[in-house]
Design a protein around this ligand. Structure first.
Ligand SMILES: *Cc1c(COP(=O)(O)O)cnc(C)c1O
Length: 463
């Protein structure tokens, strides 16, 4: 090491010294001391590293103070934060799935702020059940006899299997042994629930006699799993729920369905692919059905279980229930979301997931125009409006394409990969997608409040 580097190393201030810097004093007034000290240690360690590598480093008070300030700010920023979803995927599992309706947001704030009757029966003046806040509503909306809710649909499926088929056999078609990502695979859930999977039929074709031939005295459940995130096309056959229900009745074996997304509105009326509604599944006579609260339903993360009272009562009594129980915020948001479904027009208008799926193309074009105008004031960019395709996401309507408009941005003189990365570091981060030599921002999932923020983040991503 040369003498100059040694001098630099010797001149690195001590942590205590830095703590006495005037600017650091201001930081200490605003942030916890522990955080500031940690930031100082990191900055000084980085200085040592730089000197060992390059022989020099800036050790001025102003520079060190500024670097410490920046680190303190980074450290105190929330890890879970708002992002701008410009991917065009409406139910994006990695970006938090569904946005809540306004009424659900104010309901959950009220419940967070005040004591509430979560498990208190106001009429009787004694202990009540948390399901009671949504059970009658769910029955009213779907025609089910009974209902309960848990943390998510994976939990709901687990609970159904564990309650109705522990140590017994469950018959499932080979065409429905799905993986939905995030390691949720039907055979694995089955194993951990204690149920024994009996596979019948083939990948593309399963007949009613396949189920019937597999039934024995150990059979506890006939299970259908909705093919939510893929399609099998061509020479195919699956057994309609009605036929399975009829078979179950004949052998006195309950029939269940994991519906995956679960929707209350006939989406085909709004130009989307046909998906079975929860009401249809109930009226087909299913004994238990479960689905997610935050996919097409557009509410909070939850697993909704509906069906015949006899089975729902059993599921409610399973002690594992306690480990999967829904919390008060979710329950508040779910109740408010469900209430909107009493009026279909209101649901489409007020539930963001449904609104985004049915947004007119013209609105998307106008939004693209507004953004393009704002961006044209920034140099170093080529900006164009293009037609594109949005996706439903959340493992729902896998082949549905939603025509949309995107704002296609090509940075001039900055690498595209670096530009896209800097968008992700923005405040707030913008998540778009790279296609060819452009970053595409899909207007379907960009909110009106996002629009003024996008040009700010983009211009900061260019320097
Ligand atoms: C999404 C999905 C699940 C899991 O639901 P979560 O609410 O994410 O736990 C289970 N089964 C199917 C068919 C699904 O599509």
């Amino acid at each position: 090491m040369d003498k100059q580097a040694k001098d630099y190393l010797r001149n690195i201030p001590a942590v205590d010294e830095v703590l006495r810097f005037k600017k650091i004093g201001f930081l200490l007034e605003e942030y916890p001391r522990k955080l500031v000290v940690e930031a100082i240690r990191e900055v000084l360690a980085k200085k040592r590293e730089d000197i060992l590598k390059n022989g020099v480093a800036t050790l001025e008070e102003a520079t060190i103070s500024e670097e410490v300030g920046k680190r303190v700010e980074e450290k105190s920023e929330d890890s879970l934060k708002r992002v701008i979803n410009a991917t065009g995927v409406v139910i994006h599992t990695n970006l938090g799935r569904s946005l809540l309706p306004k009424s659900a947001i104010s309901h959950l704030i009220e419940v967070a702020k005040y004591y509430n009757n979560l498990e208190f029966d106001l009429e009787m003046g004694k202990r009540g059940l948390r399901y009671s806040h949504v059970e009658p509503l769910l029955c009213e909306l779907t025609g089910a006899e009974a209902a309960m809710v848990v943390n998510n649909n994976a939990g709901a499926v687990f609970l159904i299997l564990n309650t109705l088929a522990y140590g017994k056999k469950v018959i499932v078609s080979r065409g429905e042994l799905i993986e939905i990502g995030g390691s949720f695979r039907i055979p694995d859930v089955m194993k951990s629930s204690g149920a024994i999977l009996v596979e019948v039929g083939t990948t593309n074709r399963t007949h009613i006699y396949d189920y019937e031939n597999a039934i024995d005295e150990e059979t506890a459940l006939l299970l259908k799993v909705h093919m939510s995130n893929y399609k099998i096309v061509g020479f195919t056959k699956d057994v309609p729920l009605e036929e399975l229900v009829e078979l179950g009745k004949r052998y006195s074996i309950p029939v269940g369905e994991d519906l995956g997304s679960g929707n209350f509105i006939m989406l085909s009326k709004y130009g989307l692919e046909k998906e079975p509604t929860v009401q249809e599944v109930i009226s087909a006579g299913v004994d238990v059905v479960s689905f997610s609260g935050d996919k097409l339903l557009g509410g909070p993360q939850a697993g909704i279980v509906l069906g015949k009272k006899k089975f729902i009562d059993k599921i409610k009594k399973n002690p594992i229930n306690r480990a999967l129980r829904i919390d008060k915020f979710t329950l508040a948001a779910l109740e408010s979301t469900l209430k909107l479904y009493r009026d279909e027009g209101l649901a489409i208008k007020e539930i963001p997931t449904l609104r985004l799926l049915t947004i007119p193309k013209k609105t998307l074009y106008m939004r693209a125009r507004r953004l393009k105008n704002r961006l044209s004031k920034i140099g170093g960019l080529s900006v164009q409006i293009k037609e594109g395709i949005s996706r439903v996401g959340g493992g729902a309507l896998p082949i549905q394409t939603l025509p949309t408009f995107v704002v296609a941005i090509r940075p001039i003189g900055t690498s595209l990969v670096r530009f896209e990365e800097r968008l992700r570091y923005g405040k707030p981060p913008i998540i778009g997608r790279i296609e060819g030599d452009e970053v595409l921002l899909d207007m379907r999932t960009v909110q009106d409040e996002d629009l003024p923020l996008i040009p700010k983040v983009i211009s900061q991503s260019l320097d």
